[in-house]
Unconditional design. Structure first.
Lengths: 390, 261
C-alpha cells in the first residue's frame, strides 16, 4: 500500500470516533457554554426595540421612535408564555417590570395607534427601565458567568462583587474546594504510607495489599456509596459496634453530614492516590535508602531527604487526580451528605432539573469544567515529564 | 515496634478498603426489612422482589439493553480508533487527548449538555440517548485497553503474513485481530461495567421508561432504603468478581500463548 493510501486508511479508521465524540461530547459541552452566555429572549421578541435602541445614548430620555417600537413589538406578541419569559428576564435586571409590563401590554392591545408610555405609567420616564431593555437586547451576556463567581455589572457596566448574603455561589465554590482539599489530604495521609508499605513488601503480602486497592476500584461507585450509607446509619454497623463496646452512649451522627461525606469520598478515591505513588516508588532503586543509612542518615532523615523528593511526582499526580475527581463529585455527596454538604455538581443539577435555570446551570458548569481542564492540563504535563524521565 | 506499627497500619487500611464491601453483603439475605445486624433469619425474599417487582425487574432489563448497546458501540468505535492511532498520524497526540477527555470531564456538566443536545436532536427519553451517553464515557476505557494490546503485537508477524501473500484484510482478520482479542474483550467488559455503573448521565438523559438498575438504586436510596438495594449491590459485586476473573483468565491465557514458541 502507498504511504498516502495508508494515511488515508488510518484517517478512515479514526474518523468514526472523531465524529461520534464531536457530536455527542464536544457539541454538548459547547451547548453548555451557549446556555451560559446566551440571552436571546429580548432580542428575539422585541426586534424593533432592539434595532431602535442602537441609536439611543442610554442617558437621556429614550427617543419616541424606540418607545413606539416597543409598543409595536408588544402588540406583535400573542403568546403568553413568551410574554412571561420576557417579563421574567426584564424583571431580573430591574424590579418593577412585572406590573409595568402587564399594564403596558393591556394598554397596547386595547388601542391600535401610537401610545404615550410616559402618560400611561410614570416609570416609563425613568431611564433605568429603558436601560434594562437596551442592555437585554444583546443576545449574548456575561451575566451568568459573572454571577457564577458572585460578580455582577453595576449600572455603569463595571464588574463588582455581589454583596455577601445575596448569592450563595461563593460559599458553594469554597465548600467544594474545601471538601476536595480535605479528601485529597486524607487520601495522601493514608495513601503515601500505604504505597510505601506495598512497595516494600513482597510475595503474597504485596499481592494482598494491591488487591485491597484494586478490588474497591473495580467495584461500582454506587455500590461503595451504598455500603457507606448502610454502615454510617444511626443503627449501622459502626454505631452499633461502638455502642456494643460501650464507647458511645448514643449513636454518633455520621450520615447526612460532612464527616460521612469525607469518609466515603476518601474510601472511593484512595486507590487513585495509592497507585500513582506506588508506580513511582517501585521505580526507585532499592539501595538508595541503605546508601543514605550507610552515610549516617537515620530512617527519618533518609525518608525526608532521599525517598520523599523522589516520590514527590507520584504524590503530585495522585493529589491532582483525587482533587480533580473530588471537585466534580455528585453521587456521594448527594446520598451521604446533608443539605449543607452539597458541592458544585449538586447545585448545577439543581439549577438544571429543579429550577430550570439553564443559564446559571451552564455558567456554574463552565466554571467547574474550566477548573477540571486546568488541573488535567497540569496532570498531563506532569505525567509526560515522568515518562520522558523514565 | 516499627514492624508492629507497619502491620497495624497495613491491616487497618486493608480493613478500611475492603470491610465496607464485605460487611453489607450478608444484609442481602436478611428476612427483616431493616438494614441492621444481627440477622435473625435468612431469606431470599429481597432477591425475589428484585426479580418480580415491576420497577426493579424493568430496570434490570433496561440495564442489560443499554449495557449491550454501549458495549457494541464503544467496542466498535474504540477498536477502529485504536487501529487508526497505531501508527504515526497527523494530530495523533491531539486526537488521543480528545479521546481520553470524557474520563475527566465532570459528569454533571456533560449530562446537562447531552440533555440539551439530545432534546434538540429529538432523541430525548429514548434508549438510543442513554446508549450514546454511556458510550461517550465508556470509549476511553475501551481505547486504552485495546491500544495496550495492539502495542504488544510484533509488527514482524504481520509483515511475515503479508510477505507470504496475505492481503491486508486477511492479515488483519487472521493475524492482528486474534492477537488483539484479549484487549478487545477486556475493553468490551470495561464498557459494559461502565454502562452498568453509570448514574449521573442517566439522570439527565433517560426518560421514565429507560431507568437503569444503577439509576433505580440511586433513587431508592434517596426515597426509601430497603434490603432490596443490598440485593442489587450483591449482584453488582458478583458481576464485578465474574468480569474481573474473566479478564484475568483472558490475560493469563494470552500470556501463555505469547510465551509459546
Amino acid at each position: 500500500m502507498s504511504a498516502a493510501g495508508q494515511r488515508l486508511g488510518q484517517l478512515a479508521l479514526v474518523l468514526p470516533l472523531v465524529l461520534f465524540l464531536g457530536v455527542f461530547f464536544v457539541w454538548p459541552l459547547f451547548s453548555v457554554l451557549e446556555q451560559a452566555v446566551s440571552d436571546p429572549v429580548v432580542s428575539r421578541h422585541l426586534p424593533a426595540t432592539a434595532a431602535a435602541s442602537a441609536a439611543w445614548d442610554r442617558t437621556s430620555a429614550p427617543p419616541a421612535e424606540m418607545q413606539q417600537a416597543l409598543v409595536r413589538d408588544l402588540r406583535a406578541i400573542d403568546d403568553d408564555q413568551v410574554l412571561g419569559d420576557l417579563v421574567r428576564r426584564l424583571n431580573s435586571a430591574q424590579p418593577g417590570f412585572r406590573t409595568l409590563m402587564r399594564k403596558t401590554v393591556s394598554a397596547a392591545r386595547a388601542g391600535g395607534g401610537p401610545l404615550d408610555l410616559a402618560e400611561l405609567d410614570p416609570r416609563w420616564r425613568e431611564v433605568p427601565f429603558w436601560r434594562a431593555i437596551a442592555d437585554a437586547t444583546n443576545p449574548y451576556t456575561d451575566r451568568n458567568l459573572l454571577a457564577a463567581v458572585d460578580l455582577q455589572r453595576d449600572t455603569s457596566g463595571a464588574v463588582t462583587i455581589i454583596p455577601e448574603g445575596e448569592s450563595a455561589n461563593r460559599a458553594i465554590l469554597l465548600r467544594t474546594f474545601l471538601v476536595a482539599a480535605t479528601v485529597t489530604l486524607a487520601t495522601c495521609l493514608i495513601g503515601l504510607p500505604y504505597a510505601m508499605l506495598v512497595a516494600s513488601s513482597a510475595g503474597w503480602r504485596r499481592q494482598l495489599l494491591l488487591a485491597a486497592v484494586l478490588l474497591p476500584l473495580w467495584t461500582s461507585l454506587l455500590v461503595r456509596t451504598t455500603a457507606w450509607y448502610i454502615l454510617l446509619q444511626d443503627q449501622g454497623l459502626i454505631n452499633s459496634t461502638l455502642s456494643a463496646l460501650g464507647l458511645t452512649a448514643r449513636p454518633l451522627p455520621l450520615l447526612f453530614n460532612r464527616t460521612g461525606v469525607i469518609i466515603a469520598m476518601t474510601h472511593v478515591l484512595l486507590p487513585f492516590m495509592v497507585l500513582p505513588i506506588y508506580s513511582v516508588l517501585i521505580a526507585i532503586p532499592k539501595n538508595l535508602v541503605p546508601a543514605a543509612a550507610s552515610l549516617g542518615a537515620g530512617p527519618i532523615r533518609a525518608f525526608v531527604h532521599v525517598l520523599l523528593p523522589l516520590t514527590l511526582r507520584g504524590i503530585a499526580s495522585g493529589a491532582l487526580l483525587v482533587f480533580m475527581a473530588a471537585l466534580g463529585y455528585y453521587i456521594t455527596p448527594a446520598l451521604i451528605g446533608g443539605p449543607k454538604d452539597q458541592m458544585i455538581s449538586s447545585v448545577i443539577a439543581f439549577y438544571a432539573t429543579g429550577s430550570a435555570n439553564w443559564g446559571m446551570a451552564g455558567a456554574l458548569g463552565i466554571v467547574l469544567l474550566a477548573a477540571t481542564l486546568v488541573l488535567y492540563g497540569i496532570y498531563g504535563r506532569l505525567s509526560a515529564a515522568n515518562t520522558t524521565r523514565a | 515496634m516499627l514492624r508492629a506499627g507497619r502491620f497495624l497500619f497495613g491491616a487497618a487500611t486493608v480493613l478500611f478498603l475492603l470491610a465496607p464491601l464485605i460487611a453489607i453483603l450478608p444484609l442481602a439475605f436478611t428476612s427483616s426489612s431493616l438494614l441492621t445486624y444481627p440477622i435473625n433469619h435468612l431469606s431470599t425474599r429481597w432477591f425475589e422482589e428484585l426479580a418480580t417487582a415491576e420497577a426493579w425487574h424493568r430496570s434490570i432489563v433496561n440495564s442489560l439493553i443499554v449495557g449491550a448497546g454501549t458495549t457494541v458501540l464503544a467496542t466498535v468505535l474504540g477498536t477502529l480508533a485504536a487501529l487508526g492511532l497505531r501508527r504515526r498520524i497527523t494530530f495523533g497526540a491531539a486526537l488521543r487527548t480528545l479521546f481520553l477527555l470524557p474520563m475527566v470531564v465532570p459528569a454533571v456538566v456533560l449530562g446537562i449538555g447531552l440533555q440539551i443536545l439530545l432534546a434538540r436532536l429529538a432523541l430525548a427519553n429514548t434508549y438510543a440517548a442513554v446508549i450514546v451517553a454511556h458510550t461517550v464515557v465508556a470509549v476511553p476505557f475501551v481505547l486504552v485497553s485495546i491500544a495496550a494490546s495492539l502495542d504488544g503485537i510484533d509488527p514482524q508477524v504481520e509483515r511475515a503474513a503479508a510477505s507470504l501473500g496475505a492481503a491486508p484484510a486477511r492479515v488483519f482478520l487472521l493475524v492482528t485481530m486474534p492477537l488483539a482479542m484479549p484487549g478487545i474483550l477486556s475493553g468490551a467488559a470495561l464498557a459494559f461495567a461502565t454502562s452498568l455503573d453509570e448514574v449521573v448521565l442517566t439522570l439527565f438523559v433517560a426518560g421514565p421508561n429507560q431507568l437503569t438498575l444503577a439509576r433505580q438504586m440511586f433513587s431508592s436510596i434517596r426515597e426509601n432504603i430497603s434490603p432490596v438495594i443490598v440485593a442489587a449491590a450483591f449482584l453488582f459485586i458478583i458481576g464485578t468478581v465474574l468480569v474481573g476473573g474473566l479478564l484475568i483468565a483472558v490475560r493469563q491465557r494470552s500470556i501463555r500463548t505469547a510465551a509459546m514458541p
